[in-house]
Design a protein around this ligand. Structure first.
Ligand code: NAP
Length: 315
């Protein structure tokens, strides 16, 4: 198997938790370098403060994985493509739709592979749900994505800034599953967006959707849930299906009984897919989840709520 050299750009939580182990376990990739603006390193490879320094020092570097916050994704990915690198993008693939369209066109013009990853889609239960729903009429879809921001995003100030997506950072994972399994397109018809008084991004969002047939299609994203965390999608069809995707798409229940559960190998599969795309010389960019987020901001009602304070006073 051909092994592609890869440079990681942005050595934060997801790079540490998922990209480094996935690359280490994949014969199709060899970690060659890291760009870290803080100068961090891992895996015994050279580290650089900027991508430009990395490209100058290692001119034959073949691919990069962009693991930065979304606000700098477009500039970082464009610079990589201009330097002749194939590019894997963490989700969300860009801050705006126009940026993603530009990256898609630019990758094509440069003859480089662009892979916009949606990690939640790489679950066996999601594929099983997609197959069960093919050709059916969905009459109800209830997305409930409620988690504790203090637990999952400690110290991530970018997430609260404009373009940081707020609660849509996890919410877009739900939308990446919904857009994959729904047999017909989704359209955002309404959105209540709750912004903490001191933040530029929402802490909660309640969305309604339409599709081609009438149905009760909703999403409830909330970052204020302590205790048990919820990442579920309940679906009913006119044909009588009753199913639930649980735990972020890792379990599928049909009529209340567990039908599919497989250990999470999302990032192993992401690198396998990237390898296949590189071998085929093809890009893969699905903008549907980002489009729904953009539309939620277009039609959304803005509601002010309590300020967000990361460290609550000790009681
Ligand atoms: P993070 O821990 O804040 O890491 C992002 C890293 O990017 C920073 O540590 C920094 O690393 C680098 N960076 C480059 N430019 C930056 C800038 N202008 N501002 C801040 N950091 C900058 O965030 P993360 O959780 O890894 O998330 C990164 C992306 O992965 C997000 O788009 C997120 O949605 C996605 N993602 C995260 C998870 C998760 O579980 N956390 C899961 C799936 C996807 P250096 O100092 O090393 O350059």
């Amino acid at each position: 198997m051909h092994s592609y050299s890869v440079g990681i750009i942005g050595l934060g939580k997801i790079a540490h938790d998922q990209h480094l182990p996935a690359i280490a376990g994949d014969a199709g990739f060899t970690l060659a370098a890291i760009t870290s603006q803080r100068g961090l390193t891992a895996g015994g490879v050279p580290t650089f403060r900027t991508p430009a320094e990395m490209y100058a020092a290692i001119p034959d570097l073949q691919t990069v994985a962009v693991c930065t916050p979304p606000q700098v994704r477009h500039a970082t990915a464009r610079e990589a493509l201009a330097a002749g690198k194939h590019v894997m993008l963490e989700k969300p693939p860009a801050m705006t739709m126009a940026e993603l369209a530009d990256l898609t066109a630019f990758a094509k013009s440069q003859g480089r592979v662009l892979f916009a990853t949606w990690h939640s889609r790489f679950n066996a239960a999601v594929e099983a749900a997609r197959q069960r729903l093919a050709g059916k009429t969905v009459t109800r879809m209830t997305i409930t994505w409620r988690e504790d921001v203090r637990h999952w995003h400690p110290g991530q100030t970018w997430i609260w800034q404009a373009g940081g997506f707020g609660v849509f950072d996890p919410g877009i994972n739900a939308l990446s599953i919904a857009t994959r399994i729904m047999p017909t397109p989704l359209f955002v018809t309404g959105a209540d967006l709750e912004f903490p008084e001191n933040c530029e991004a929402p802490i909660a969002a309640r969305l309604t959707f339409a599709s081609l047939a009438p149905g009760a299609l909703t999403a409830d994203f909330d970052w204020r849930q302590t205790g048990p965390q919820t990442w579920d999608i309940d679906i009913e069809t006119a044909e009588g299906d009753r199913m639930r995707l649980e735990s972020g798409g890792s379990k599928l229940f049909v009529d209340g009984a567990l039908s599919v559960e497989a250990p999470s190998t999302e990032y192993e599969q992401i690198y396998e897919r990237f390898h296949a795309l590189l071998e085929a010389g093809e890009s893969e960019v699905d903008d549907a989840p980002l489009r729904l987020v953009a539309d939620a901001f277009l039609v959304g009602r803005r509601i002010a709520t309590d300020p967000f304070i990361e460290r609550l006073p000790q009681s």
